[in-house]
Design a protein around this ligand. Structure first.
Ligand code: HEC
Ligand code: HEC
Length: 354
């Protein structure tokens, strides 16, 4: 049985070609917003689905997503021309960057690990601490802040407006030239199309017994037995909540995570539960990139996290697993590998002068 049978295509746009005669034609871009079953047990006929909340003032169209796609890959929107969004959210690296902590434009050292962007459109809040309330706000912040270093967005949108290929697209999509607001809207629209739904595990859940190994099947049982799904819940493998599992709390000045947003004592050292989709590709791990391998991460989590006053003992339990069970658990995590098809679009050029 084919996994895709159980996905409802809320949005499936037609053929799209960048509307500019002098530019190379962009390949067809068909953004798909898929609804995922809300619960693994719902990979059955008549499933219920996780709905993606798309803001009313920023509906997705093929043209808008295609524009966001180009902006996401364009180095020219960073402050020093050195970074694109894609620089730190790379296919082969699980849509992260392979570094413990990210290095932004102007070689600015950032304090946190680049998270994956798989299924980011389903998140209600953004960043490890949830400080951004919408994907549009997040995109604007990532662009103007340390990641992309666009200290002067006015200058950058003026540059975009001087590029015919971009100017035409902004006119068509937003009825105006590029502005910081519509750049972030286009980026957000594109990011909502970055959906993981066809890992081997999804194939198995949808009924294809041959999609994963027996070890991975046993590993999924171990995952539930160890109650990993108290937090890495459902088909998105996250509850979108903030938990303290103790990472980095022994640092001289620990990153207090969610506490910075809420000022609530219990949120000290709490971070958003990361999805586990494609996790085998996105090393190193945790908000501070402090753990190099998936094996070590599993040891920490199975061991009940790291001791500190705010440790979420209610959800994270120390469990005893045999070496074979741990191997199976790792095999299950590898069955969440997501084939990545984010490709680089042809970018509009500044004719003759760049
Ligand atoms: C220099 C590397 C770097 C670049 C460039 C970069 N990011 Fe990120 N991104 C990060 C890091 C690090 C975080 C986590 C920051 C935090 O939680 O405080 C992040 C977080 C995010 C998140 C939130 C993920 C979540 O789980 O909540 C999104 C969405 C995102 N970036 C999109 C973008 C977009 C769009 C751009 C381009 C405008 C971009 N990123 C450019 C490193 C980067
Ligand atoms: C209390 C909720 C909770 C439970 C239970 C839990 N996790 Fe996590 N997990 C988290 C949080 C929160 C993080 C991020 C912590 C950080 O970066 O500081 C995390 C991080 C991870 C990561 C690293 C992901 C990345 O992208 O960096 C993996 C892998 C992981 N957990 C696997 C597991 C496994 C396997 C289990 C069961 C043995 C488990 N977790 C149980 C909340 C939980």
């Amino acid at each position: 049985m084919n996994a895709s049978r159980f996905f409802i295509f809320l949005f499936s746009a037609g053929f799209f070609v960048v509307a500019c005669t002098t530019e190379p034609e962009a390949p067809p871009f068909e953004p798909e917003i898929l609804s995922l079953p809300a619960d693994p047990s719902d990979y059955a006929p008549l499933p219920t689905y996780v709905a993606m909340d798309i803001p009313e003032d920023n509906p997705i169209t093929a043209e808008k997503a295609a524009l966001g796609w180009q902006l996401f890959f364009d180095l020219r929107i960073s402050g020093d021309g050195s970074r694109s969004c894609y620089s730190c959210h790379v296919c082969e690296l699980g849509l992260a960057d392979g570094k413990p902590t990210a290095v932004g434009a102007f070689d600015k050292a950032l304090t946190r690990n680049s998270p994956t962007l798989w299924n980011i459109g389903y998140h209600p809040e953004f960043y490890w601490d949830g400080r951004a309330k919408s994907l549009e706000a997040q995109a604007l912040a990532a662009w103007k802040g340390g990641n992309m270093g666009a200290n002067n967005p006015g200058e950058i949108v003026a540059k975009l407006n001087s590029i015919e290929g971009y100017r035409d697209q902004f006119q068509k999509v937003f009825n105006e030239g590029a502005t910081p607001e519509n750049v972030s809207k286009a980026l957000a629209a594109y990011m909502r199309t970055i959906v993981s739904h066809d890992t081997p595990w999804d194939g198995w859940q949808a009924g294809d017994e041959s999609a994963v190994s027996d070890a991975a099947k046993r590993g999924y049982e171990v995952f539930k037995k160890a109650e990993c799904n108290n937090c890495h819940d459902g088909v998105l493998f996250t509850d979108f909540q903030y938990h303290n599992v103790g990472i980095g709390m022994d640092a001289e000045e620990p990153d207090l995570g969610r506490y910075k947003v809420t000022q609530d004592e219990k949120d000290k050292g709490a971070f958003k539960t990361p999805t586990l989709r494609d996790v085998a590709q996105s090393a190193p791990y945790f908000h501070d990139g402090s753990t190099a391998t998936l094996e070590e991460v599993v040891d920490i989590m199975v061991g009940g996290g790291k001791e500190n006053p705010q440790l979420d003992r209610a959800n994270l339990k120390k469990v005893t697993l045999s070496a074979a069970e741990k191997e199976d658990l790792l095999e299950f995590l590898r069955s969440l590998d997501q084939p990545c098809a984010l490709s680089e679009p042809p970018l509009p050029s500044l004719q003759g002068s760049e």
